[in-house]
Design a protein around this ligand. Sequence first.
Ligand code: ADP
Ligand code: MG
Length: 449
Amino acid sequence: RGALDFLADDGGLSAQNRSFLRLVKPLAVVEDNVFLAVAEDFTKNYVETTLRGQVTEALSEVLGRDVRIAVTVDASITPPPPADGETDEPRPPQVRRPEVVPPPVVEDPHLNPRYTFDTFVIGPSNRFAHAAALAVAESPGKTYNPLFIYGGSGLGKTHLLHAIGHYTRHLKPQTRVRYVNSEEFTNDFINSIRDDRSLSFKRTYREVDVLLIDDIQFLQGKEQTLEEFFHTFNALHNAGKHVVITSDVSPRNLDGIEERMRTRFEWGLMTDVQPPDLETRIAILRKKAAADAVQAPSDVLEYIASNITSNIRELEGALIRVTAFAALNRQPVDLSLAQVVLKDLISDDDSEITASTIIGKTADYFGITIEELTGTSRSRVYVTARQIAMYLCRQLTDLSLPKIGDHFGGKDHTTVMYAVKKVEDQIAQRRQMYNQVNEIHARIKQSRA
Ligand code: ADP
Ligand code: MG
């Protein structure tokens, strides 16, 4: 690291090269090879081409012999914290990349890599929606334009939307795909007016081949944003571009949207997703277990699938809980363990849990104030508390990622997404995390009893 820091600080490099260098982590020196790791392919390519000469030279000088460098990609590497940062505040992957370089074909940071057609289980409840989504991804701009997918929370609408984005770009990497949640669209629109940036707003949403707009029910009652959405829609549709829309209420119940969009909807296709039947639920759990490489016998999957019926997000959450508990206690996953672990989840108390309750209980648990929890301080306790509360909001409420962000002082949805993923990963790896999450969860449940 010393040699690299020296190069970064005093090596006469451009700002861009310096910022790339900071993403490099030295792993080991074996004979004449220095192994370096970076988080992304993109950085690897850059280091191996543009920076190779200077890095090799600096390292050779420090080590006193001629060395070669070998760069590997390790996604778990995080860049060094900024000078004033103390901890691992969520940083969406896209900010790691220095901005000056034109982006090559990379994964769209707005798309969740886990939401693909490959990971989507097809059953009678979603077969039609899946087929329509696939058809759109295969030839955007042609059939089913607009495609409108509606249905209850946690039934796979967002998953299908992201899958369209991934697959379209897989088939034709140059396709410009834009995924946006309606709340983000609204915020963007409002900010663009405030900052006098309507041109860049238009560019963002109109200069695309496929616009994926999620949870359109949030636009109800927002007259100006709706108006802008209609213009965006018309511009895209007239240009032969594709629009895919989801909603958690049926089009008939979309006040203020249905009337204006009726004829346009008729050009396209509307399809719903229904709660999955038992077999589909079991298949989803099986696939999830395989993807996460966890062992769970059939009777456990059936137990979970029989008891959690109306929301796939909860279904997955239950599996994670059981397998994480087993892993931490070095116990095999079996039916009796699942019954114990899920006791409170499978109770019939379904009164609603709110974000405020979750935030309040989490703050209490950590002995910090709500302002501290929802603020921006990066010290470890606050960050952990914040991430756990975000995770629990995702698990226990129907709130969308942007809505959750709002409860935390207006954080970006990617920050929420990162927190959820981070806690989910750590639950299975760190007992302390598991215990904390469970204890807070239990207190939230108790507070309602
Ligand atoms: P919605 O947008 O309808 O509220 P999501 O798309 O967010 O629901 O789905 C909730 C969770 O369930 C996600 O983790 C998603 O991957 C998973 N999921 C939903 N439907 C399926 C399916 N058919 N196969 C596999 N996973 C699914
Ligand atoms: Mg959704």
